[in-house]
Design a binder for this molecule. Structure first.
Ligand SMILES: [Zn+2]
Length: 432
């Protein structure tokens, strides 16, 4: 997959940035070094918007879906299941339908990049259309997993009117095609469906970017997750996410801003001198009440996170104590066997095993046919970008699969905190 799990060593000097930091990224932008910024987004940028996670047992949504006896949670996005049982999806759609949620500061930052003429393209995995709502121009957005913006019949493919769709969704009714009485579905990608042509046609734009901002995505869903690998060497790639993902950090000009996505974006805006403009643009868009709600939510998440980390730290300490005790008992018993491993080393080894054996995304969907047709160069680029590499071809040919369930995964702090890699970083922070 071309993903390197190692982090570039401190001895390796960056090629483009003066150092691997947000300060340097801001300086690079200010100096005019980045005029074609590619942004990639995932569920993490919509966390503050409050979009419910249908897999979280804490939400009423989960309880509603549970009553419908779904064979598994993701079945709600399975095209085969939908054909026989469209009702669960429409219960979910009622909750998730655009218009109920407001953009976050991260969404508005992307719109600000566009307003400043720096946004090249935005590739999003989200179907919530909050980027559009934040003011990112439609022609700059590639909705890799489709969106709720349009809908059509799953049989004869006739588009269905927006106003009727709106009525049906709000009423929780299943809309039917006016031509053939087939089921109508929003143009979001379900398991068992190919990604939109637009994604396949534009994925190679990644090779023309001169700066990449990757925001709030676990990069676990291919072919989307293959995009950072298509970025040219020496082009700075900045990750704003709770944890390190997708091999980011392995290249000389990778910058990792780990933590809450909105917080990282505010930091970059500060360094760029855009913070006031960003905040007022956001408040104007969402209103004071929503702005305060999101900010309060961020505080709650922060506190919950600290609690969780403390709890986990205690558990790890307890586990280490138990193991120390066991090791001591072994020694006392005169066991001369030398393992040469301290508990810490064992832990590290165990972590690596965990990482290596991470499960592949579940519910593979149909692969995307390879695109052999010539693709036009992206607009606004003087030099045509490099043609897709073998690697990108392979990824775009759908060797891997997408996981639509992730589209709705608003990462809860608890589930994030349960991640080994991320926890070890926090433990280090807590213990320092
Ligand atoms: Zn039809």
């Amino acid at each position: 997959m071309g993903q390197d799990n190692s982090v570039v060593s401190d001895d390796t000097a960056p090629v483009t940035l003066r150092e691997r930091s947000l300060d340097a990224v801001a300086d690079h932008i200010q100096a005019g070094g980045a005029k074609n910024v590619l942004v990639m987004t995932g569920a993490g940028i919509s966390t503050a918007a409050g979009i419910p996670d249908f897999r979280s047992k804490d939400t009423g949504l989960y309880a509603n879906l549970a009553r419908l006896n779904l064979p598994y949670a993701e079945a709600v996005f399975d095209i085969g299941y939908f054909r026989d049982h469209p009702e669960p999806f429409y219960i979910l759609a009622q909750e998730l339908y655009p218009g109920k949620f407001y953009p976050t500061i991260s969404h508005v930052f992307i719109a600000l990049l566009a307003a400043k003429g720096l946004l090249f393209h935005l590739f999003t995995q989200n179907i919530d259309t909050l980027e559009r709502r934040a003011g990112v121009p439609g022609d700059k957005i590639v909705e890799a997993h489709g969106s709720f913006a349009t809908q059509r019949c799953i049989d004869c493919k006739t588009p269905y009117p927006d106003d009727k769709m709106h009525e049906h969704v709000l009423a929780g009714n299943v809309p039917r095609c006016e031509e053939c009485n087939g089921l109508v579905k929003p143009d979001i990608v379900f398991f068992g469906e190919a990604l939109p042509d637009e994604f396949r046609e534009k994925a190679h734009y990644a090779a023309a970017a001169d700066l990449v901002l990757i925001m709030g995505t676990s990069l676990s869903v291919h072919p989307f997750a293959g995009l950072p690998g298509m970025i040219r060497e020496g082009v700075p790639r900045v990750l704003f996410n709770m944890e390190r993902v997708g091999g980011l950090g392995a290249r000389s000009d990778d910058v990792l801003e780990l933590g809450d996505c909105d917080a990282g974006i505010r930091k970059l805006a500060d360094k760029l001198g855009w913070r006031d403009e960003l905040e007022s643009k956001w408040r104007e868009l969402v209103g004071e009440e929503e702005a305060e709600r999101q900010l309060k939510g961020a505080k709650v998440r922060e506190v919950a996170l600290e609690d969780e980390v403390d709890k986990l730290a205690d558990e790890v300490e307890d586990a280490l104590k138990i193991r120390d005790g066991a090791d001591q008992a072994d020694s006392d018993a005169g066991n001369a066997a030398q393992t040469g491993q301290t508990p810490e080393v064992k832990d590290a080894a165990r972590e690596d095993t965990t990482r290596d054996s991470e499960p592949e995304p579940v519910n593979p969907i149909e692969s995307i046919p390879g695109n052999s047709a010539p693709v036009p160069p992206p607009p606004g680029i003087k030099e045509p970008p490099a043609s897709p590499t073998d690697e990108s071809d392979r990824q775009l040919a759908g060797e891997d699969t997408t996981q639509t369930g992730n589209l709705h995964k608003v990462v809860s702090n608890t589930s994030e905190a349960a991640d080994d890699t991320w926890v070890s970083g926090l433990l280090a922070r807590k213990n320092s």
